[in-house]
Design a protein around this ligand. Structure first.
Ligand code: NAP
Length: 260
């Protein structure tokens, strides 16, 4: 039995956006590896459905990552049952598309607020536990859109580039404190966010769903969508002791679409 599967020493991981897609896969992978996992999101029913698959190992707490006060309350609630937070996975995000000229201030703010400020809020809430323990793992789910540009998602791209910048800055700031800060950068991954993007292309261009899908997967040299479990495995590795020397990195999980 690994140390992580012992409830007395099991680490507490908090995963935002854990009620669906990549976040749900991360929560399951970490729980199966023996961590205690809190998942956070706005839809309690979705979170509870994921938690029910891992009784005693995953708990659901409702909160909006854009609301710093709500996040502080949610993190305090999460710690009552599972103790101090050792692993933070900033995964909650949204991707809305629009031509730049039609990107109004509200869409711009919304993308920055959910993807970048949400990461800021949760990282500030988790850091005191990590500093007290002189050990921590922060893993930001950015995107290949944090490493390269894509047309029609300028606000999302800017926010995810911001997440990569934040990752690099914090990695240096906490390098001597036992805390690593990394990003994983998925390419197009088979989740609701992608299904919505495909539906958007179908609605706006009249293309068939199959055409739209093949256009999304064409950018991946492997010619397919990334699976959520593939991103989750990268997060599991970064959250462990073996990755102690890996910090400030933005690891693309994209079938070779981005090479850095
Ligand atoms: P998803 O299934 O739509 O998951 C997004 C999650 O974020 C949802 O569970 C949602 O839960 C949560 N969320 C959204 N806004 C929130 C808020 N304000 N507060 C708290 N939680 C919030 O999509 P996904 O593909 O798994 O996305 C996960 C992450 O991967 C995102 O950061 C996304 O940008 C990134 N990513 C995805 C792809 C892709 O192709 N799928 C590629 C690269 C990067 P609630 O609605 O319940 O709040």
């Amino acid at each position: 039995m690994s140390a992580l599967s012992d409830q007395s020493t099991a680490k507490h991981a908090l995963v935002t956006g854990g009620g669906s897609g990549i976040g749900a896969a991360i929560a399951s992978t970490l729980a199966i590896a023996g961590l205690r996992v809190t998942i956070i999101g706005r839809r309690l029913d979705a979170l509870q459905a994921v938690a029910a698959r891992h009784p005693g190992h995953v708990q659901a707490v409702e909160a909006d990552v854009t609301d710093a006060a709500a996040i502080a309350t949610a993190f305090a609630e999460a710690k009552v049952r599972f103790g101090p937070i050792q692993v933070l996975v900033n995964n909650a995000g949204q991707a809305h598309s629009a031509p730049f000229i039609k990107t109004d201030a509200a869409l711009w703010q919304h993308m920055l607020s959910v993807n970048l400020t949400g990461t800021f809020n949760c990282t500030q809430a988790a850091l005191p536990d990590m500093l007290a323990a002189q050990w921590g793992r922060i893993i930001n789910v950015a995107s290949t859109a944090g490493l390269k540009g894509y047309a029609y998602v300028a606000a999302y791209c800017a926010a995810k580039h911001g997440v990569v910048g934040l990752t690099r800055a914090l990695a240096l700031e906490y390098a001597k404190k036992g805390i690593t800060v990394n990003a994983v950068c998925p390419g197009y991954t088979e989740t609701d966010i992608l299904r919505e993007s495909i539906a958007n292309v179908v609605a706006k261009t009249g293309r068939s769903e199959a055409q739209a899908r093949s256009e999304f997967s064409a950018g991946n040299p492997q010619g397919r969508m990334v699976q959520p479990e593939e991103v989750a495995d990268a997060v599991l590795w970064l959250s462990g002791h073996a990755a102690a020397s890996v910090t400030g990195q933005s690891i693309a999980v994209s079938g070779g679409e981005v090479m850095n």
